[in-house]
Design a protein around this ligand. Structure first.
Ligand SMILES: [Fe+2]
Length: 590
């Protein structure tokens, strides 16, 4: 059976293809269209998935959309009517922004793809998140938690999943919290208040939180009331997102927390305002964590299961994930590589296959590499035409050479095989560097990533070495597989790993399984032979404002535009020609 999953029209559109119950392709539209967080109908992603699977649309048994658009329409209409006439201005905006073409989705899919309407199915938004988390995890029974901004009505669900001995599958979502009460919206409101982009920059709030203290946690708790059953409600007087299209927080919110930060205002921790912004971030982060830990602890007690699968955009918060694992009682925690809405394309396809069509369970390969493969020949051709130094090396010579480059303080663009599905670079589209000094971190921020200096870089380490450098709770290694947890760097390593240690002594580490990305694993070992440390700095291969590179040519163009010293695709190595001594002297003099 051939099933295409689609997520679209809100943010992070994507497509995924399942053949006989196993994923064969999944990619976010932005990687192909080169528009960051592309929310359009993912035609390029669909076309690539079908091509990769050798299929035409007529071969598809079903096309599954990741949420029920009519339910979403009902929510937007109901909310607009409830706050009428305050909402009359924002309603057309809400329809356009949040809903867009969504109510007409069946017709759009049918006409774009030329598939009969009866082959088009819809799953619940949080059912898609739950399926993406549970059906990709190597566990037979697990509790399930999903949390995001909002789907149709639900913003958080709890339940459980089961793969039975007869190979049937069940996903049961038993409880839900509904819009406008939403942990994702609470966090996004602070994201907007702190001058960052909503649905995009939430991780900046998490990075900023490390510079502050939760001195305003009591104020944040005024915004979110805990209910006796373990759930919560938000206090509507502090929010505007139900009735306003332009601002998500109210004047009362500003009265409570002070003047909001402008989007271009620098954050200077030496100033009172700068520290207040960091404290705001630390406080909302703290309240998010304590709320999630309590919900997860209750879920653990109710289900009595050792495993937790966590999906939805909130599961991208690695600091909260680490606390849930350490404090809720679960022994293992599975967060997929794409827990956000893009991952719903795969989740929706898996849900349709296992639950709707009742197909037998199949293990899903435990890696994130479902995107287009890099073409080393494309890189070699472009670089040669452009007068760069191009070398072809066998695998082991290449690894040794790159380890030398990294040990000498050079920065390497690293492309290998199929691209990652999800927002993290997990070893196939990475920028790599030595992890030891703050200088290299500052150079990356300044010359390559062009981004705020308060944002940390992540380390990658062979899975068997992870506890040597980092303090992980029980089950932490699994959470670190797809870089989903933030953990303390051991005290004795913090100075030697200064390039990847955040200001609070933590790091979002990837524990690399040798099977997952063998060339990167070999590189870590080769680097250890030179430096005594099997850790590298690993950051996504992109510059600020651009999606992660997909094709070799995009990697090459990035390499040419910024301070990356060497570029690898497969067995091809490109380095910039050495600067002639005369030019270097002129530069030095200037
Ligand atoms: Fe979502």
């Amino acid at each position: 059976m051939k099933i295409l999953g689609i997520s679209a029209h809100y943010h992070d559109s994507a497509a995924a293809l399942l053949i006989d119950g196993v994923p064969v392709a999944a990619v976010q539209e932005e990687r192909l269209s080169r528009r960051k967080n592309d929310a359009g109908f993912p035609l390029a992603a669909i076309e690539w998935c079908l091509d990769h699977g050798g299929l035409q649309t007529a071969d598809l048994d079903a096309v599954v959309f990741y949420e029920r658009s009519m339910l979403k329409f009902e929510r937007i209409l109901t909310c607009a009517l409830r706050s009428f006439p305050r909402s009359w201005k924002s309603f057309p905006h809400a329809i356009k922004n949040s809903l867009g073409e969504k109510v007409w989705v069946r017709g759009i899919i049918a006409s774009y793809l030329d598939v009969p309407r009866n082959k088009i199915l819809f799953t619940g938004h949080h059912a898609s998140h739950a399926a993406a988390a549970f059906l990709t995890a190597p566990t037979d029974r697990a509790a399930i938690l999903t949390a995001d901004g909002v789907g149709e009505w639900a913003t958080l669900t709890t339940g459980h999943g089961e793969r039975r001995a007869d190979r049937s599958t069940a996903i049961t979502l038993e409880r839900e919290i509904r819009f406008p009460h939403s942990l994702g919206m609470l966090y996004s409101t602070f994201t907007a208040y702190l001058g960052f982009s909503v649905n995009e920059d939430e991780y900046k709030v998490m990075g900023l939180a490390a510079y502050g203290r939760p001195t305003l946690a009591a104020q944040v708790r005024k915004l979110i009331h805990r209910t006796p059953d373990g759930a919560f409600t938000l206090a509507p007087e502090y929010f505007e997102y139900q009735s306003s299209a332009s601002r998500s927080y109210s004047q009362r919110f500003v009265d409570l927390f002070g003047r909001p930060r402008g989007p271009y205002e620098p954050i200077d921790f030496q100033t009172e305002d700068g520290q207040r912004f960091a404290d705001c971030a630390a406080s909302v982060q703290h309240v998010l964590e304590e709320t999630l830990v309590d919900i997860a602890r209750t879920l653990h007690q109710e289900t009595g299961l050792p495993d937790l699968c966590f999906g939805g955009g909130v599961a991208l918060n690695g600091v909260a994930n680490a606390r849930i694992l350490a404090e809720s009682g679960f022994e293992r925690m599975f967060v997929p590589s794409a827990p956000g809405d893009a991952g719903c394309a795969l989740g929706a396809a898996l849900y349709a296959d296992r639950i709707h069509f009742k197909n037998p369970d199949r293990p899903v390969p435990d890696h994130p590499f479902w995107g287009p493969a890099v073409d080393a020949g494309e890189l070699a051709r472009a670089a040669k035409e452009d007068g760069q130094v191009v070398e072809e090396l066998d695998q082991s010579a290449l690894v040794e050479r790159i380890a030398d480059e990294l040990a000498a303080g050079r920065i390497v663009g690293w492309m290998d095989g199929a691209s990652e599905f999800g927002p993290r670079a997990l070893g196939h589209r990475s920028i790599l560097a030595a992890p030891h000094s703050r200088e290299i971190r500052d150079r990356l921020n300044r010359d390559i990533k062009y981004r705020e200096e308060f944002r940390p870089f992540a380390p990658v380490v062979p899975v068997e070495d992870v506890e040597r450098y980092f303090e992980l709770p029980r089950g932490g290694t699994r959470l670190a597989r797809f870089m989903s947890g933030v953990f303390p760097v051991r005290g004795e390593w913090q100075e030697r790993l200064a390039g990847v240690t955040h200001v609070d002594g933590s790091a979002r580490v990837q524990a690399l399984d040798p099977q997952m990305a063998p060339p990167l694993y070999a590189l870590l070992k080769a680097y250890e032979r030179r430096s005594g440390t099997s850790v590298l700095l690993n950051t996504s291969f992109n510059v600020a404002g651009e999606p992660i590179v997909n094709r070799a040519l995009e990697g090459y163009s990035t390499f040419r535009r910024c301070g990356i010293d060497a570029l690898v695709a497969g067995s091809t190595l490109v380095t910039k020609p050495a600067v002639p001594p005369a030019a270097a002297r002129t530069e030095g003099a200037a």
